[in-house]
Design a protein around this ligand. Structure first.
Ligand SMILES: NC(=O)c1ccc[n+]([C@@H]2O[C@H](COP(=O)([O-])OP(=O)(O)OC[C@H]3O[C@@H](n4cnc5c(N)ncnc54)[C@H](O)[C@@H]3O)[C@@H](O)[C@H]2O)c1
Length: 378
């Protein structure tokens, strides 16, 4: 078992990583939350078998458990879903000491975390992530929240704005059992790998070496290798959170690749999941870094080769106009107000926030990942 402490004043906690750790959920919850009545909020898709194991482990540790199932969809990550949890909490007479245990991917973790942050002004939450992305990213650091409709456009349409309503609410513990990844859809699994590459790219070149050396074991879900990989990645996230809990500075580096990703993720014809869009976004960011002499071509090529070895896309699946992507990034508007900020790698294993990127460099970065006319990779 690997344990990682997140040292925060008054809000520190331990992340436990081991195969079979779900069986220890009750024992670990007992160490941080004494009250007997608890709520298990879980992704309906993992109710069998993991929900059953989690409930039994909690009951064996003496808890009376109320369960609440959610459908893990972005469209359901809303305040009305949170209201449903509040109602169940009130009905079960949960009080301010009653812990909430979130079992699921990032969608469930964010929703249940937000319900815990706000019910009776805050009850303890234990995160038990079941996707790779939630293990290495969403469950650590205390960001919770839901989506909320944006103001209507001229045609009377409104989209859901991502994570607009939320709270920083650190968990009391995080329990990671890599065994549960064996049932995860491979595309979702690889999306988690993209976030791990991002952690290596911004903070630890040796993690990129580890990924490259073990790419085939990782592809085959070798659980021993995965346990190490998750621990290495979580350590990076934990260190960044310790340094900058509320994203006033360094934590923003975790958005590397995301400004590009957000421009392509909503395009239905591309059919990209978040981690896939981030993978292409990291390549575009690496190209910007090469153009601005922050990174060598050889380093950008190594990044691209690694992403490909992990089964991630490095190129748009079909051509999209680069200018329209730059417009979606809000380039002109944001540059005028002095706010377009990109996170760019500096070599492999370091990154910075950069705010003076020319439109022509963005154009060339998008072209390098397949937008516009050029097709030359990242
Ligand atoms: N709080 C944060 O810091 C943070 C960071 C990154 C992402 N997020 C949020 O996380 C969400 C994305 O999380 P995600 O990628 O985990 O998606 P998700 O929660 O939607 O899970 C992906 C899919 O996997 C299924 N699933 C979950 N665990 C499974 C398992 N063990 N076996 C089989 N299927 C399983 C889910 O039902 C779902 O269909 C987004 O809403 C994003 O905003 C939050």
């Amino acid at each position: 078992m690997q344990t990682i402490n997140v040292d925060l004043p008054q809000r520190g906690y331990t992340i436990h990583i081991a195969r079979g750790q779900l069986d220890q959920l009750g024992k670990t919850t007992r160490e941080v939350a004494l009250h007997d009545r608890a709520m298990l909020v879980m992704d309906a898709k993992v109710a069998e078998p993991y929900g059953v194991v989690a409930k039994r482990a909690l009951e064996d540790a003496g808890y009376t458990i109320v369960t609440h199932q959610l459908t893990a969809l972005e469209s359901r990550k809303t305040l009305s879903t949170v209201e449903g949890i509040y109602e169940a909490m009130l009905e079960a007479k949960l009080d301010r000491m009653s812990p909430v245990i979130a079992l699921g991917g990032g969608v469930v973790g964010d929703i249940a975390g937000f319900a815990a942050a706000t019910y009776l002004r805050g009850v303890p939450v234990i995160q038990a992530p079941t996707t790779l992305l939630a293990m290495v990213d969403a469950s650590v650091g205390g960001k919770t929240g839901v989506n909320f409709p944006l103001p209507m456009d001229a045609a009377g349409r409104s989209e859901l704005g991502k994570n607009l309503i939320g709270a920083f609410w650190q968990p009391r513990a995080v329990i990671i059992d890599p065994q549960v990844l064996t049932t995860l859809d491979m595309r979702d699994y690889r999306c988690g790998l993209a976030e791990i590459v991002k952690h290596g790219l911004i903070a630890d070149a040796s993690l990129l070496d580890f990924l490259a050396q073990h790419a085939s074991a990782i592809g085959a879900l070798d659980l021993d290798v995965l346990e190490d990989l998750i621990a290495r990645s979580v350590r990076i996230k934990a260190a960044i959170v310790e340094e900058d809990e509320r994203e006033a500075g360094r934590r923003a580096l975790l958005n590397l690749g995301h400004t590009f990703a957000h421009a392509i993720e909503p395009i239905e014809a591309l059919d990209l999941r978040h981690g896939e869009a981030v993978s292409i976004g990291m390549c575009a960011a690496a190209h910007c870094a090469v153009q601005t002499s922050r990174m060598t071509t050889d380093e950008a090529d190594r990044l691209r080769d690694l992403l490909q070895a992990l089964g991630l896309p490095t190129h748009l699946p079909r051509e999209v106009d680069a200018s329209s992507l730059i417009d979606t990034m809000g380039y002109d508007k944001k540059v005028a107000s002095g706010k377009l900020r990109l996170i760019l790698p500096r070599s492999l294993g370091a990154a910075d926030i950069v705010s003076d990127i020319d439109r022509s460099i963005l154009q060339s970065a998008w072209a390098a990942v397949g937008a516009g006319q050029t097709n030359e990779g990242c």
